[in-house]
Design a binder for this molecule. Sequence first.
Ligand SMILES: C[C@@H](O)C(=O)SC[C@H](NC(=O)CC[C@H](N)C(=O)O)C(=O)NCC(=O)O
Ligand SMILES: [Zn+2]
Length: 468
Amino acid sequence: MVRIIPMASSIKPHSRLWVLQGTPASAFLSPSPILIVESLYFISHASQSFGLRTSKLFKGKSGGVSLSGARSAAQASTATTQENALEWVKKDKRRMLHVVYCVGDLDRTIKFYTECLGMKLLRKRDIPEERYTNAFLCYGPEDSHFVIELTYNYGVDKYDIGAGFGHFGIAVDDVAKTVDLIKAKGGIVTREPGPVKGGQTVIAFIEDPDGYKFELLERGPTLEPFCQIMLRVGDLDRSIEFYQKAYGMELLRKRDNPEYKYTIAMMGYGPEDKNAVMELTYNYGVTEYDKGNAYAQIAIGSDDVYRTAEAIKLSGGKITREPGPLPGISTKITACHDPDGWKTCSHDFVGHVSWSNFEFLASSRSYSDFHPVAIVFNGRCKSGSPCVNVNGCFIFSVRICCSDGLPGCDLSYVALLRNSTEFCPFARDSQPSPHARLCGASSAGNLLGAVTTTTCLLRWACISLVGY
Ligand SMILES: C[C@@H](O)C(=O)SC[C@H](NC(=O)CC[C@H](N)C(=O)O)C(=O)NCC(=O)O
Ligand SMILES: [Zn+2]
């Protein structure tokens, strides 16, 4: 079994040294179900340095503190700590990562989004043990585009979208042409193309197969066509303040529309025509909405979910999932409800791995999809690119599903992968970092270990690590 032993940091004041111990490297050649190699990797643990800074606050002039002085120092330090936490949010490198919602028929939705809205299907992920399947779609590489994560729960073909969810916004260069295409494909148009009431932008509204509303907005070419998530809120200024303080979002635009009795606020991390933004809508006098059970959450990237959770608490958000790693992989998340009860999840930055190619030895089954579950860089260089530690280890967890999806053939493991080739006896050519190879054992062995019903053999996969 894997034992992770946190050790007192003796290397850098802001990083924690973890030693991952397990079976020796010979495991590569034996079909052990879990492959762990001895190695060393660092997790930069920003909160430690945060703690370090806080501890300095308690030192009085003479090094000691009187009782009353202690109290005012403690109050001062609390205020400073809170100020630090909120200040940190503004410096944290953030991005809107994905939106999660449920659909009643995955292939029906994938067909609509790809044929009518021009999205690309990135991958599907079936989790039979949890009885759900995900599909990931977006308009470009997921390390730089906002992703739609659809959830199909086995046997559930209908959801209540509720009154609080407004729409997703898709920027297109010709709304009328897109509407014609959608009509030709049998799609539902609920609002014909034309200028938005009270404005000039040409819009139209359509509905997807589950009834989710999509606003089509006529705009010039954009890097990010998926441009809005509109949610209705009961107190606009309360929401603006929350997303500014807890999530470091910027108020990009606020527009009151007294004629139609609503106000909108665009919140995000960059200009609306280049980024997915949250469109918060306040309808005069409406303070609460039924949220249904269809829309789930948005996920926002963060360098440190622990400090993000602190800022959320200080900003009046309710933490619904304490910060920490997801089971089995190292990606760390936290989740909260905003003042209206909309759920937002924070993920620490995980590099996105695109499998440029892979080759399998002949095996009793071929693989339907081979996709990384997550990869966690061991820290971030000042330049913002992912760091590698002294011996270049990354840690990643890979889930490989066999084509016929028989139970027990779903294999996950956590392995350390050096970004140099001496670690990979079967590396065919030494590719400099960030390319690395997940190397297989000899044909007799099995890097990924035997699974209950069969042995999935992997020879090697060339992984190009695309960090944030
Ligand atoms: C800025 C653009 O992305 C919009 O979505 S504004 C579109 C406008 N929104 C509203 O009317 C919001 C209030 C409404 N009561 C609600 O809760 O959705 C809209 O939908 N206009 C309709 C039109 O035909 O222009
Ligand atoms: Zn909108």
